[in-house]
Design a protein around this ligand. Sequence first.
Ligand code: GYE
Length: 327
Amino acid sequence: MKKRILAGFALIGAMALAATGCASGAGGGTASGGGGGKVITVGFAQTGSESGWRSANTESMKDAFSAKNGFKLIFNAADNKPENQIAAVRSFINQGVDAIVIAPVVTTGWDDVLKEAKDAGIPVVLEDRTIDGSSDLYKAWIGDDFKKEGETAGAWAATNLGSKATNMVVLEGTTGSAPAIDRATGFDDAIKGTQIKTLDSQTGNFTRADGKTVMEGFLQKYGKTINLLFAQNDDMGLGALDAIKAAGLTPGKDIQIITIDATHDGLQAAANGEFNYVVECNPLLGPTVADTVKAILAGKDVPKAQTATDASFTPEQAKAALPDRKY
Ligand code: GYE
């Protein structure tokens, strides 16, 4: 059991996670759902449904927080609006849930509502995205290393394009979200001192539709001078493919493309030669989040941060990985 929980995760922090894996075995906690085989009620405040990554993450969470595993899940998708998400968390507090899990849309604005949860004695676990502010306000975070993903993407650009004059455009994720901030930092660090110049960088909100629209604008403005697109997720890159083709250019050749997520559709675009490099971001966080919630409610110590390990794919590697791709 322990091995399954930890597979693919690097534990940061000295405390080992001792989870039990079945609801009836999670006894010992004082929270109502923490023991004695009682159903554990969990409110999950998801960002929305902006991308293929998000669909895979929602599915993983719903599977892990299933009735079979001893949970009652109250699911909310905030349509990527911070105010909706905070309202959802407040409603979970009012309903007196046993635990709250949040995939924070943005990093800021969390202090008040997280204090309210703490005062109500409801533990909060963050999944996927991180927040700014005191780490006393939540018990644990489980997610991916966005800065490292950006660095991996930028290192590929630096190695393959950095020694010749290269004009890059960037499609950013949701403004103020941890992955948009940290992927940009990681990428920029990695291309420092190279000949890659950023012509423009705008948000495409992690969606295909906005990725296409913003890329159309870039193409109108900069035309054939663009050599490189860094899309901070697959979906924006996939939307941009339509814009690039409509402009009579060949994606992957006239404009090299780097994306992050490595969903099935992203890897397919790489296998087709349209994406040149794809960095993985593992969305299958549900089992680790569910086991962490159970451990907290059972009064056990849990690591403050658990980070998934992420691979990266050239077109050849994407071709090889596709048949077994789970999302
Ligand atoms: O990369 C993007 C999604 O927070 C890591 O959010 C996640 C990001 C992911 O919409 O596709």
